[in-house]
Design a protein around this ligand. Structure first.
Ligand SMILES: [Zn+2]
Length: 210
C-alpha cells in the first residue's frame, strides 16, 4: 500500500502550542474495568492522532482484559494507589524525546485542574508521545526467547507498547518516589512477556479487528 506522505512539520515550543491550539484537540473518554482509572485522552485533531487514540482505546478496553500477563496482576499495587481519573495528553513526539512523562502532583495543566474541580475526583496527568512509542524498541526482538518469530503483527505490538508505556507512567503517578530503574524493570518485563505471549499465539484471540 502506498503511504500518503504529508510533509512533516516540526514546530518547537511556543509556536508548537499555538499551532496545537489552532488545529484543535480532540478529547475522548475510555472507561474499562472497575479496577482501572478512567482515561481522558486529549489528542491532536489529525488522522494519526485519531488513529493512535483508537489504538489506545482498543488496548485499554479490550486487549488488557484478555492479554498475558494480566496487567491487573502485574500492576495490582499501582492500580490500588491511582487517582480515579487520569488525563493522557497524547503528542506525536515531545521536545525531550521521551516516550512518556508523568506529571508531578500539583503541576497538572489548567484543563486537568478544571476537570478535577468539576468532577470532584482526584485526577492525574501524563504525556505520551505516540509516534515515538511506535518507533520504540526497548530491546531487539531477537533477544527474546522466541527469537525471530516474535510477534510480527505491527498493530498488536503497537498496542502492547502503548500499554507498557502507559503502565510505566501510571506507576510513576502512583509512586512518585519510586526509582526509575525499578519502574523500568517491571515495565520492560511486562512488555517482553506480553510480546512472547503474543508470539506463542496467545494473541490470536486478542480481538485485533475489533
Ligand atoms: Zn520512567
Amino acid at each position: 500500500m502506498r503511504k500518503h506522505s504529508a510533509p512533516k512539520i516540526y514546530i518547537p515550543g511556543l509556536w508548537r502550542r499555538l499551532w496545537d491550539r489552532l488545529r484543535g484537540r480532540e478529547v475522548r473518554v475510555f472507561e474499562s474495568l472497575d479496577a482501572l482509572p478512567i482515561l481522558v485522552v486529549r489528542h491532536p485533531r489529525t488522522r494519526r492522532g485519531a488513529e493512535a487514540a483508537e489504538s489506545l482505546r482498543t488496548a485499554w478496553m479490550q486487549l488488557l482484559t484478555v492479554m498475558e500477563p494480566d496487567p491487573l496482576e502485574v500492576y495490582r499495587d499501582v492500580l490500588n494507589a491511582l487517582p480515579a481519573m487520569v488525563v493522557v495528553r497524547f503528542e506525536e513526539r515531545n521536545a525531550g524525546g521521551v516516550l512518556g512523562h508523568a506529571c508531578p502532583r500539583g503541576l497538572e495543566s489548567a484543563a486537568t485542574k478544571r476537570l478535577q474541580a468539576e468532577t470532584g475526583l482526584a485526577v492525574g496527568e501524563m504525556d505520551l508521545a505516540y509516534e515515538l512509542i511506535a518507533e520504540w524498541q526497548p530491546r531487539p526482538l531477537a533477544s527474546l526467547a522466541s527469537g525471530a518469530k516474535a510477534m510480527d503483527d505491527g498493530e498488536l505490538r503497537y498496542r502492547v507498547s502503548l500499554l507498557a508505556v502507559l503502565f510505566h507512567e501510571l506507576e510513576h503517578l502512583a509512586f512518585p518516589e519510586r526509582e526509575e530503574r525499578q519502574v523500568r524493570r517491571r515495565s520492560d518485563a511486562f512488555y517482553e512477556a506480553a510480546l512472547e505471549a503474543g508470539a506463542r499465539g496467545v494473541g490470536s484471540h486478542y480481538g485485533l479487528n475489533a
